[in-house]
Design a protein around this ligand. Structure first.
Ligand code: SAM
Ligand code: SF4
Ligand code: SF4
Length: 375
C-alpha cells in the first residue's frame, strides 16, 4: 500500500478582531472592496468536501492500489458537522463568497446530505442575494437522491461521466459501474426539475479520447452542458504523466470537425471553463484546460477539506486549521479575520509553475489528494 499523504496543518494566527466590529462582512467589504490575495485575486468561490470516501475508484483520482481497505479514511468525529460547515459557510458569505460547491469524495454518500443543503440554501450575500449552491457527484445514487436534493434547495448539479462506452467507463471507475445507471441518474435529476445540468468528462489520452465525439453527440440538444477536463496531476497517487493529457484545443478540433462550434463569452470573470456553442444552436460545451492553458491569475477559489482545513490551491500540500478554531470557542469575528489574513497572504499559482513542482515530487514534496480536499 502506498502511504497516505499527511498534509501539513498550519495553526491559525488569530489577529484578535483587529480593525473589525461585529458586523464583519460589512466592515471587510467596505470601503475598500473585497480583500485581495498577494496576486490581486478576490475570494469568490468556496468548495466544501463533505466526505473523503467514495464508491468509485477512478484511476485518475482514487486508484485502488492506494485507496484500499487499509487506507486511513477520516473517522466520523474528525468530519466537520453540518452545523460547523454552515457556520463556516455563513462567515465566508460575509467575505465575498457567492458560490458554494459541495464535493468530495462522493458527496451523496454523506448521510442526510439534504439536511446540510437545506441549511446552506438559506445563506445569502451581505447584499441579500442567495448564494449559488451546487454539487458535483458521480451520479451513482442520483436516481435515489435527486428529488430530496431539489426539495432541499440545491440549485445546480454537475455529474461526472467519462464516456458512453460501457467497457471503458467500467474500467475507468474501476468498480465495474455501468454507464446506464449514471445516465439514469441524470434523467432523474432532469425529471425533478434540475436545468442546465453539467456533465464533467476527464479526458485521458489513449484511454477515453475516442469517446469525445460520441459524448458530444449524445448530449447535444439535451440541455446538458458537457465539459471536458484535462487530466490533472492532482494528489500524489494517480500516476499522472503529460503524455496522457489531451490538450483542450484538440478536443475542440475533434468536435468542431463534426459539429461546428464557435467560442462564447464567460458567464462571469474567473469562470474556469472556456465556453463554446454549436453553430446550429443546439447547445454549448466547455473545456477546462488546467494543464495547457492555466488560469491561476484569476483563481478565486478556497477549499475546505472534509476535516475543516482550508486549502488555497487544488495542488497545495498544506492546509490551515479552521476545525480547531471552530471547536475552541472562537467567535465568528475571529474566524472571519483569520480567513482574510490567510487569504491576504495567498500566493498559490501551481499550474503556472507545474514543471518545477512535478520535478519536486521526486524529492518528497507531496500534494494532498483531491478526494480529501474536494475536486
Ligand atoms: N465524486 C464526485 C465526482 O466524481 O463527480 C465529486 C468529487 S470529484 C474529485 C470532482 C471532479 O474532479 C470530478 O468531475 C472528477 O472527474 C474530477 N477529477 C478527479 N480527478 C481528476 C484528475 N486527475 N484530473 C482532472 N479531473 C479530475
Ligand atoms: Fe470518486 Fe469522484 Fe474521485 Fe471518481 S472522481 S474516485 S467518483 S471522488
Ligand atoms: Fe487555482 Fe491552484 Fe488551480 Fe492555479 S493551480 S487555478 S491557483 S487551484
Amino acid at each position: 500500500m502506498v502511504e497516505k499523504v499527511n498534509p501539513k496543518v498550519i495553526p491559525i494566527r488569530i489577529d484578535e478582531g483587529k480593525g473589525l466590529t461585529p458586523s464583519v462582512g460589512a466592515q471587510l467589504l467596505a470601503p475598500h472592496g473585497q480583500t485581495l490575495d498577494k496576486r490581486g485575486r478576490t475570494l469568490h468561490d468556496l468548495r466544501i468536501s463533505v466526505t473523503d470516501r467514495c464508491n468509485f475508484r477512478c484511476t485518475y483520482c482514487m486508484p485502488k492500489e492506494v485507496f484500499d481497505h487499509n487506507y486511513p479514511y477520516l473517522a466520523h468525529q474528525e468530519l466537520l458537522s453540518f452545523e460547523e460547515i454552515t457556520r463556516l459557510a455563513t462567515i465566508f458569505s460575509t467575505l465575498g463568497v457567492e458560490k458554494i460547491r459541495l464535493t468530495g469524495g462522493e458527496p451523496l454518500l454523506r448521510k442526510n446530505l439534504e439536511v446540510l443543503i437545506e441549511m446552506l440554501a438559506k445563506l445569502s450575500t451581505p447584499q441579500g442575494v442567495p448564494l449559488d449552491l451546487t454539487l458535483t457527484t458521480n451520479g451513482s445514487i442520483l436516481r435515489k437522491k435527486a428529488a430530496a436534493l431539489k426539495a432541499a434547495g440545491l440549485q445546480r448539479l454537475t455529474v461526472s461521466l467519462d464516456g458512453l462506452d460501457d467497457a471503458v467507463f467500467r474500467k475507468m471507475n474501476d468498480v465495474d459501474f455501468p454507464v446506464a445507471d449514471v445516465l439514469d441518474g441524470i434523467a432523474a435529476a432532469q425529471e425533478v426539475g434540475f436545468e442546465n445540468i453539467k456533465v464533467n468528462m476527464v479526458v485521458k489520452k489513449g484511454t477515453n479520447d475516442h469517446e469525445i465525439v460520441a459524448m458530444a453527440k449524445h448530449f447535444k440538444g439535451s440541455g446538458v452542458i458537457l465539459r471536458f477536463i484535462e487530466f490533472m496531476d492532482v494528489g500524489s497517487s494517480n500516476g499522472w504523466n503529460m503524455a496522457e493529457v489531451l490538450p483542450s484545443k484538440e478536443v475542440i478540433a475533434k468536435i468542431h470537425a463534426v459539429f461546428p462550434l464557435e467560442p462564447i463569452d464567460a458567464n462571469y470573470s474567473g469562470e474556469v471553463a472556456q465556453r463554446w456553442r454549436y453553430v446550429d444552436g443546439s447547445g454549448e460545451i466547455g473545456v477546462i484546460s488546467s494543464v495547457t492553458q492555466t488560469f491561476c491569475h484569476e483563481c478565486s477559489r478556497a477549499r475546505i477539506s472534509t476535516d475543516g482545513q482550508m486549502y488555497l490551491c487544488l495542488f497545495a500540500n498544506e492546509g490551515f486549521d479552521f476545525k480547531t478554531m471552530l471547536r475552541s470557542g472562537k467567535s465568528d469575528l475571529e474566524i472571519a479575520n483569520a480567513i482574510m489574513n490567510t487569504w491576504s497572504v495567498r500566493d498559490d499559482h501551481y499550474s503556472e509553475i507545474r514543471g518545477s513542482h512535478t520535478a519536486n515530487l521526486s524529492t518528497g514534496s507531496r500534494k494532498v489528494e483531491m478526494s480529501y480536499i474536494g475536486g
